[in-house]
Structures are given as C-alpha cells and as structure tokens.
Ligand binder design. Sequence first.
Ligand SMILES: *Cc1c(COP(=O)(O)O)cnc(C)c1O
Length: 348
Amino acid sequence: MISIPSPLRLRLDSAALVANWRWLAAQGGGAACGAAVKANGYGLGARAITHRLAAAGCRDFFVATWAEAAALMPLPGDVSLSVLHGVGEDDMVAARTLPARPVLNSVEQVRRWRAAGEGRPCDVMIDTGMSRLGLRIDEALGGALGGLDVETCLATLASADEDSEQNSRQLAAFRQVRDAIPARRYSLANSAGICLGADYGFDLTRPGIALYGGTPRAEAVGHIRQVAFPEARVLQVRSVRAGETVGYGASWTAPRDCRIAVTNLGYADGFLRCHAGTASAVWQTRALPLVGRVSMDLTAFDATDAGAIGEGDWLRLDYDLPAVSAASGLSQYELLTGLGNRFERVWI
Ligand SMILES: *Cc1c(COP(=O)(O)O)cnc(C)c1O
C-alpha cells in the first residue's frame, strides 16, 4: 500500500473533547454524563471519540442506527450503547446479535421487541412535547410497556437552546413520567438541556454538540473548547492584478494587485457556498479572507499580506462553531456533520 497524503485534514483535540465532557458532567448534578456519537460522532469519528471518552470515564453512548452501532464494535469494556431509532422490522437480526439496546419509540416497536421474546433490557423514549419519536404519555401509562425490562427511560427537550416556557413544561411532564413508568434510570437533557441546570439532569445526560465544541447556550460560553480544526493545503499561490476577477461568476474583483492562495477545499467537503463573503483562514498569524465563490474542490483566499506563503503550506480555517454559525446561517451541527471524508481525521 502506498500512503497518499491528504490535502485536507481535520485536527481533533483529544484534551478539549475530554475537558468538554468533564465540564458537562459537572453541570448535571448527580447525573452520569453520556455521549451522543451518532452520525459518526457528528462527523469527527465515533470510534475515536468513544474510546477517548470511555477512557475518561464515560459509560453511556448513543447512536442513531444499528449500522452505526455495528461500526463501533468491539466496544471498549464496560460501556453501554443505545440505538436511538429503536427497532424496525429489518433491524431485528442486528438487535439480537449486537451488544446494544434499542430505544423503543412507538407501541409498534415495543410489540416487535416483546415478540422477539429475548427479555433483554431496552430503553424507551417518551414523547413529552417533541412530537417526533417516542410513545405518547397516555400510551406509556396505558400499559403499553408492561413486562419490559427498561434500563433507561428517555425524553427529548424540544427548545432547550431557547428560553422557552416549553422547557419547564417538559421538565414537569418528565417528572410525572419518572413517577409513573418503572425504569432503572431516567434521562432528559442534551447539551442545551444540561445548561438549563441540574434539575434537568435526572440520572443520565446525553450531550452531543457541546462535546465537540458547540456552544448551545450562553451558560456554556467560556467553558466549551473548540475540538475540530479544519485545515486545507495551498495548491497554488498566484498573482492577480487590480481589476481582475477570481473564480466562477467573477464574483470578486481584486481591488489592488493581490496574491491569491488557492486551496484544496470545496463544497464537496462540506465547506458550503454560504461561507463566501464571511469565512477566513489563518496562515501563521495572518488572517486570509475568502475571496470569490466556493467551488466543488477549490476555495481561494486573499494572501496578499502573507509574505512567504507558498504551495504546500497549510491554512487553518476559522471554524469557531458559534461564530461561523452566526456568519454563515448554518447550524453548529451542520458545520460539523457536513465535513466530508476527504478530510483526514488527525487526533492530537
Ligand atoms: C442527538 C441527540 C442528543 C444530543 O443532542 P445535542 O443537542 O447534540 O447535545 C441527545 N439525545 C438524543 C435523543 C439525541 O438524538
């Protein structure tokens, strides 16, 4: 095998990931702190994240699908894995074989799990106002869960990232659920829910985005560290005369004689066209504004003030999630989960 270096890399900071998990764990009152690692760990690499957080003491992990669960095998010792989308008809083989629990989301899924006759523990999602997945409270109280061995009873906050009345309503509803539905543990809060206070912690919290550098609410500002640092290599540095244009659509005209650094980065890598006009990168200590449009595999930066920059140099994209989200209109989640496979993931 020849090894082919990638012109794109995503530097990933293990220490920041673990520090974020510890901070989130400390906010949850007495609750254990788990980790949502669905969508390949929000694009960063679920396996690497699971092993790092397990070594730090995290015991509860969440993926969306059975394919994601299978990709994590073998699990580090002594951790528990839950599959948030539960069990469809086609999932039963995986659900019987893999050491993971389904999060049952409907009366139908409960029936299916019970019919499998395993008697193995499962998790259950109760809908307290999200109207997406989960049994309705009246269904859960009406005997639908009878005979199940429920490890964790979950609900999802719909508006935890906002100061909405819905948060306290959902908290009250979930307390009623806890009092009425037997389970070993109860779990309500995602990252934003953790920031609402220890009342929302119950037995287990399930942060995702804040582990990976997202700031879901003001309470997390100054505590959550950036984890993912995208970098792109300079393919070419070229001179552009005042009045000449750069890229498709000639959307940028050089206001003076410029030097342009063209990088191996584009919307095929999840670096979308909406970054044009606001994004920038850093070379050494210099900020290089993005110029022109983002193309599929190429993006240009104004390197006029970056004296010695040349082919092969690495540019660090500005990728502070809250700031880039505000500038681009993309959510902090989209900014991470969109990053494509041409980025080599490099954990430091
Ligand atoms: C994704 C997910 C989480 C994590 O949410 P963040 O907002 O990323 O912290 C928690 N719980 C469930 C059910 C999820 O699907």
